[in-house]
Design a binder for this molecule. Structure first.
Ligand SMILES: Nc1ncnc2c1ncn2[C@@H]1O[C@H](COP(=O)(O)OP(=O)(O)OP(=O)(O)O)[C@@H](O)[C@H]1O
Ligand SMILES: [Mg+2]
Length: 170
């Protein structure tokens, strides 16, 4: 599968998509490690997909890859936000599943965090449209009949387009 521009009339502001199959957890881990290398302060990554589709698994692998160590990465299900001050990048990992109202997202300081950190957000849908536009959206889907397989759709905004082909490489 290849990175494709959605139409021949693509303009500078249109996102670009790529779709990849993740046949195993190891494949998810590899994708996460590639993304870990590509992230910079100011990047906002949305992790979308049903319960159990692999958002935390991907985020955990990403944080560990960038840390270069098997550090503890708890799911932010209850704390909502976890912050990792890594040697060369601050990573913020949020899970908005338990927001009681979209406006609550403003108390989490994610926009402020973006000034110096890269931010990963599970369940961004829960904040309605109160988050800034993402740099990259990863949508995870279960693959029918194959327990360990997922499909990931990647959608890059302008600021990530030059990095998408590297992320989507096999
Ligand atoms: N290819 C795969 N990629 C990612 N996870 C996989 C894969 N195959 C199996 N799994 C398993 O699926 C589960 C995914 O759970 P995880 O907590 O990452 O999901 P989640 O999307 O964060 O769910 P939630 O919405 O509840 O936060 C884990 O048990 C993981 O081991
Ligand atoms: Mg999760």
């Amino acid at each position: 599968m290849s990175t494709d521009r959605t139409s021949p009339t693509t303009t500078a502001t249109e996102p670009v998509r790529a779709v990849r199959r993740l046949p195993s957890k190891e494949a998810t881990r590899r994708l996460a490690a590639r993304l870990a290398r590509l992230l910079r302060p100011g990047d906002l990554v949305f992790l979308e997909g049903d319960l159990g589709s692999g958002k935390t698994t991907l985020a955990r692998a990403l944080i560990r890859a960038r840390a270069g160590a098997d550090i503890e990465v708890p799911s932010p299900t209850f704390t909502l936000v976890q912050r990792y001050e890594l040697p060369d990048l601050t990573l913020v990992h949020a899970d908005l599943y338990r927001l009681s109202a979209p406006e609550e997202v403003e108390e989490l300081g994610l926009e402020e965090a973006l000034e110096t950190a890269a931010v990963l957000v599970e369940w961004p849908e829960r904040a309605a449209d109160l988050l800034p536009p993402p740099t990259l959206v990863l949508r995870l889907r279960f693959e029918p009949r194959v327990e360990e397989a997922r499909v990931v759709e990647m959608e890059a905004a302008e600021g990530f387009r030059d990095r998408l082909s590297e992320l989507a490489a096999n």
